[in-house]
Design a protein around this ligand. Structure first.
Ligand SMILES: Cc1ncc(C[n+]2csc(CCOP(=O)(O)OP(=O)(O)O)c2C)c(N)n1
Ligand code: SF4
Length: 299
């Protein structure tokens, strides 16, 4: 039986120095701090260009205490495979290798290398922090930007296409562990990382990370907005373990409750959704209701 981590049992050791270069209220900052606690010191990170490289900063004033290999945008998973092989050759395969990329570096530019590594079953954890856009370069749309969100390169009508479902793509590779998590639920994230690193082969965790400047809200609302995404059924927390899907944490509790917060409550908190009409909000609500009807049925 697994015991859930609480705020009292979370390790006290910090692997992120106080102070970093992320914006105030950055969801990634929360996920990163908690994530490194779960990974522990015997870890090598592989990170492509992104807000995470900015957050970490440059040696000798980097904010992370873990070794980190900064690689080209497309090559996170391929570089992680190389590190795994080098560690094996040195007899140091107790060291965990973790690719940690933004949604652009995962869902678009990094997906070929990630898919190849997952197909081979390379033994590492890949985490995507999904701030739903290319934020580091000034808020451009990515494959995971939600439909109708305004970005700097979708300024007049918002993004026309739907969000790419990367966890489903990763689950379709038949890997043993895929999970979603949110910076607003750090203990759930912590437990999922802890579980993932005990498993062999490729593991994938997709973390929803609110981004104040990119989404258009005040920094103090990051956690509130992250929670609303889950409470409205807009972003679901789940695991796919050896092919078995199950809702977890706050999403699992929502099934028991049998009621979601209307999605308009989430959408109205962010200026990126300013072009949404009532009809479009109703369309989004209908999509969520259809997805959740299936959850209720199988509960
Ligand atoms: C091949 C290549 N194209 C473009 C860039 C410029 N670039 C650096 S970071 C970045 C955005 C990264 O977006 P994402 O992966 O979503 O991470 P985020 O910035 O949102 O944290 C871009 C386009 C680059 N470094 N390499
Ligand atoms: S732009 Fe967004 S993701 Fe990037 S550091 Fe700022 S808050 Fe974090």
């Amino acid at each position: 039986m697994s015991t859930k981590t609480t705020i009292l049992t979370l390790p006290k050791e910090e692997l992120v120095h106080p102070g970093n270069r992320a914006c105030t209220g950055c969801g990634l900052s929360i996920a990163y701090r908690i994530g490194l606690k779960a990974l522990g010191p015997d870890t090598i990170l592989v990170v492509p260009p992104s807000c995470l490289t900015v957050l970490q900063g440059l040696f000798p004033v980097a904010s992370t205490k873990l070794p980190c290999l900064n690689v080209t945008f497309a090559s996170t998973a391929a570089a992680a495979t190389g590190v795994i092989e080098a560690l094996k050759a040195q007899g140091r395969d107790h060291i965990k290798v973790v690719g940690w990329a933004g949604d652009g570096g995962t869902s678009d530019i990094g997906i070929q290398a990630l898919s190849g590594a997952a197909e081979r079953g390379d033994d590492f954890l890949f985490m995507c922090y999904d701030n739903e856009g290319y934020m580091n370069t000034g808020v451009q749309r990515s494959g995971t930007t939600p439909q109708w969100a305004v970005t700097t390169n979708t300024p007049f009508k918002g993004k026309q296409q739907r969000k790419k479902d990367v966890p489903a793509i990763m689950a379709a590779h038949g890997i043993d562990y895929v999970a979603t998590a949110s910076a607003a639920y750090p203990l759930d994230l912590y437990d999922k990382i802890k579980k993932a690193v005990t498993l062999q082969g490729t593991k994938y965790i997709h973390i929803h990370t609110p981004c104040p400047p990119g989404w258009g809200f005040e920094p103090r609302y990051s956690v509130k907005i992250g929670k609303l995404a889950v409470e409205t059924g807009y972003f679901d927390l789940y695991e796919v373990e050896r092919g078995e899907f199950r809702l977890t944490g706050a999403s699992e509790k929502l099934v028991e409750k049998g009621q979601l917060v209307p999605v308009g409550e989430y959408l109205k908190t962010q200026s990126r959704f300013r072009l949404l009409t009532d009809e479009k909000v109703a369309e989004i609500q209908a999509q969520i209701d259809a997805k959740w009807a299936a959850y209720y049925q199988t509960a």
